[in-house]
Ligand binder design. Structure first.
Ligand SMILES: *[C@@H]1O[C@H](CO)[C@@H](O)[C@H](O)[C@H]1NC(C)=O
Ligand SMILES: *[C@@H]1O[C@H](CO)[C@@H](O)[C@H](O)[C@H]1NC(C)=O
Ligand SMILES: *[C@@H]1O[C@H](CO)[C@@H](O)[C@H](O)[C@H]1NC(C)=O
Ligand SMILES: *[C@@H]1O[C@H](CO)[C@@H](O)[C@H](O)[C@H]1NC(C)=O
Ligand SMILES: *[C@@H]1O[C@H](CO)[C@@H](O)[C@H](O)[C@H]1NC(C)=O
Ligand SMILES: *[C@@H]1O[C@H](CO)[C@@H](O)[C@H](O)[C@H]1NC(C)=O
Length: 462
């Protein structure tokens, strides 16, 4: 116990130092802003230091930040006649159980005010899932993805459920894109259902709308240590969450991500155009490459900028150091070629038009790209819970089932923070080991189901 709290305080000190350094770094950054560059969207700082109120005050810079995209001025004061719309629409005595009766799920507990409209005008729905601690990432995701969004939320017990409800009210009051674009669904563990039905809450407005992450941390820090320890010991059902998010999308095409994967600016629009112009192939998965970037830099507004950061060591393919197989088959060496002015696809770099850069030719087991596909792809196997073998087993099944993976450019997604092996926790490794055992069974089933042994994977890898 005391060991644990010492680690926590040490981590807090380190975190504060990093925030300080980061803030200093930002103060030294020149502020440039060309409205034509980023139509209708905001250019963000790292989520960790994202701060609406600290946006530059000189007129030149603020002009390119359309206020409606980040603040909801009419809703800065609590309007009690509106607050009813923020109460989660569910009865905790009801809900749908999973196959092993471990979790209960609830569809559409909150409806985006424009979700239905967006589902009909946009061809792709972004499906994502999260527990409370990471929910602040949704602010940036919702500002970047202009289509419909289906978010599966996880909540265990009363304390967490209450904090979650407060934070949702905060998000919907402060950020128009969250209010408009997102339908939420919810999952709860059977062993820790809340005892109180959803209620109306006042949003925590200590920081105004300017600091989504600090507001969340405030709420999370009030949760008892007892509950936090329970959470660490119990798995987060990633694949249940993914299926829940996917199946609540109303469009045929789904882009499934994790909550901390931020789409590039204009991604939804350029995918719409791409799918309209391309022969839509049912057994294709369009891979959107993911990079992890240093939290000190700004969100790269275009691919040229991303590649520039990568060359300076401030960005690299997601999980490159932690687990290279994660995206190796995407072939980043190839993906970056079109940023050269002499490349025949350079015009797409300039216009931002999405196109197929290349096919994935060297698929390997453990590949787990984020992709856009028709949501008739195999489900995520819910026997895998927690970390490890959750996404890559689904991708593996797609491959065995004959799906083709095609890498798109110049679109991409970003994960904040360069990841190193050291930052993975013990409990995460433990879940990985359990899932690895489960994988042995899964492998046999997939092999039997599709009756062929592509790449001789069964023998080669295990
Ligand atoms: C910003 O614009 C307002 C009105 O548009 C003007 O009164 C003010 O002087 C400007 N401030 C600066 C720093 O240019
Ligand atoms: C609250 O919302 C209602 C309905 O939109 C509106 O008529 C009323 O004026 C609002 N009240 C305040 C205090 O903003
Ligand atoms: C999401 O909300 C819209 C209403 O805005 C609704 O038409 C749609 O059916 C909802 N999605 C689901 C899965 O219920
Ligand atoms: C990409 O972004 C950089 C930095 O913001 C900018 O200088 C450049 O003009 C942009 N390139 C294109 C093709 O939009
Ligand atoms: C990618 O695969 C498709 C078949 O699905 C093929 O028609 C196409 O030529 C391939 N593209 C490249 C660049 O190899
Ligand atoms: C990446 O593409 C190059 C050709 O541009 C090819 O030589 C190489 O084998 C590919 N690597 C992978 C991992 O697909």
């Amino acid at each position: 116990m005391s060991n644990h709290s010492r680690t926590v305080s040490l981590l807090s000190v380190i975190a504060l130092c990093i925030i300080n350094i980061t803030l200093t770094f930002f103060l030294l950054q020149p502020r440039t802003c060309d409205p034509s560059e980023i139509p209708e969207e905001l250019k963000y700082e790292a989520v960790t230091t994202w701060d609406v109120e600290s946006q530059p005050e000189d007129n030149k810079s603020t002009q390119c930040l359309p206020p409606h995209t980040y603040l909801n001025p009419s809703m800065n004061l609590i309007n009690s006649s509106h607050s009813r719309e923020n109460i989660l629409n569910l009865d905790i005595r009801l809900g749908r159980y999973d196959n092993r009766r471990l979790f209960k799920t609830f569809d559409t507990v909150l409806i985006g005010t424009r979700f239905a409209e967006l589902s009909s005008t946009s061809l792709v729905c972004l499906a994502t899932q999260t527990s409370l601690e990471k929910l602040h990432s949704l602010v940036q995701v919702a500002h970047h993805w202009t289509g419909s969004i289906s978010v599966a939320l996880y909540s265990a017990g009363d304390e967490e459920f209450e904090a979650l409800q407060k934070y949702i009210v905060f998000l919907r009051k402060c950020y128009t894109p969250v209010l408009e674009r997102i339908n939420f669904s919810l999952a709860m563990p059977r062993s820790k259902l809340p005892s109180k039905q959803p209620r109306s809450f006042e949003p925590p407005m200590d920081f105004g709308c300017s600091r989504p992450e600090a507001t969340l941390n405030d709420l999370v820090n009030k949760i008892s240590k007892e509950h936090t320890n329970w959470r660490v010991r119990n798995v987060y059902p990633q694949n249940h969450m993914r299926n829940l998010a996917r199946k609540n999308c109303q469009t045929d095409w789904v882009f499934l991500t994790d909550i901390d994967i931020i789409p590039s600016l204009g991604l939804a629009n350029s995918i719409n155009l791409f799918l309209r112009d391309t022969e839509r192939c049912d057994k294709c998965a369009y891979v959107i490459p993911t990079y992890e970037i240093d939290t000190r830099v700004r969100f790269p507004g275009n691919k040229t900028e991303l590649v520039r950061l990568a060359r300076k060591g401030l960005a690299r393919p997601f999980h490159w150091k932690v687990f290279i197989h994660n995206q190796y088959a995407t072939n980043f060496t190839r993906w970056v070629l079109d940023v050269a002015p002499e490349s025949k696809n350079y015009k797409n770099i300039i216009t931002g038009k999405a196109y197929i850069s290349h096919n994935v030719t060297d698929f390997e087991f453990l590949y787990e790209p984020f992709y856009i596909a028709k949501d008739i792809v195999p489900p995520h196997d819910e026997r895998f819970m927690g970390y490890g073998y959750t996404r890559n087993t689904q991708v593996y099944e797609m491959f065995i089932a004959g799906y083709q993976f095609k890498v798109l450019s110049p679109v991409y997604t970003i994960h904040w923070g360069l990841q190193t092996r050291k930052s993975r926790s013990v409990w995460r490794e433990r879940q990985n080991i359990i899932n690895r055992r489960q994988f042995e069974q899964f492998k046999k089933e997939i092999y039997t189901k599709y009756m062929h042994n592509t790449l001789g994977l069964i023998n080669t890898f295990y």
